[in-house]
Design a protein around this ligand. Sequence first.
Ligand SMILES: [Zn+2]
Length: 271
Amino acid sequence: MPELPEVETTLRALAHRLDARRITGVEQRRADLRFGLPAGLPARLAGRRLTGFARRAKYLQLMLDDGMALLLHLGMSGRLLFDGPPAGPHEHLTFHFDDGTILRFVDPRRFGMLDLSPQATLGEHKWLAHLGLEPLGNAFDGAALRDRLAGRQVALKIAIMDQRHVVGVGNIYASESLHRAGLSPRRLACTLGPARAQRLAASIREVLLEAIDAGGSSLRDYVQSNGELGNFQRQFRVYDRAGLPCTGCGRPVARLVQGGRATFFCGRCQR
Ligand SMILES: [Zn+2]
C-alpha cells in the first residue's frame, strides 16, 4: 500500500510534470473505483488547466482553473504512470494533456478514490474533515502532538498510527520514529511530557523525510506508487529486525503485536 512518503513523492512528480498543463481529454473505463466516480467526469475535466498541487494525508489534490479540485487517493494498489504503452485491464482512467503527456491511473484492487470538490471547502470534504495533524506541515510540533494525545489511555504506537490524531504514520514509520525518540511503544499516549512529545514529533518528521529522500531519487518521469520503499529500508533501525542487535545499544530488538500489527523496539533504549 502506498504510504505517505510514496504519496508525497508522487505529488512532487505530478507537480514537476503537469504544472500549468491543460487537460485535453479523459478516458474513463468504469463507473466506480472504491466509490462511484463523479457524474460526467471526463466532460468536467476536459479543457481545465492545472493550477496547483497539494496533499492532505494520502489524498492528492490537483487544483483546477475553475475553482474545483480533483481529489485522488491511491488506495491499496493504485499507481499513476506517465506515458508509455496502455497498462492493460486495470487502467481505469487515462488523462491526456496539451503537451502530449499521458497520465494513466492503474488500480488492480480498485480501492482508489476520486472526487471533485470546490477548493474553497476542500478541508470540509467528508474524506478530509476528520483527519488529524499533518506531520510534514508547519504546525506539527511537540505541543501540537501532546495536545492531540492528551488524555488518551492507549498505547503510544497505536495512538500515533490513528489518522484522527496524526496522519500518514504507517506501521514501519511508527516503530522507527519511536525508537529514534527513545520512547516505548507500550507507554500510554497521555503520559508524554513536553520534552518527550517534542522528541517524538521531530523523529516522526525526520523518518518521513528520510523515506521521501530515499524514494524520490529513483523517480523521474515514471510515477511509482506501488508501496516500494526505495532505499529507506536499508536505514531501518528496528523494523523487521527482531533478534538482531539494536543499533543504539546492541541488545536484541524485541517484537510484539499491537492492534494486530507487528511492533519492533528496544527494551533498553525505549522507555
Ligand atoms: Zn537499544
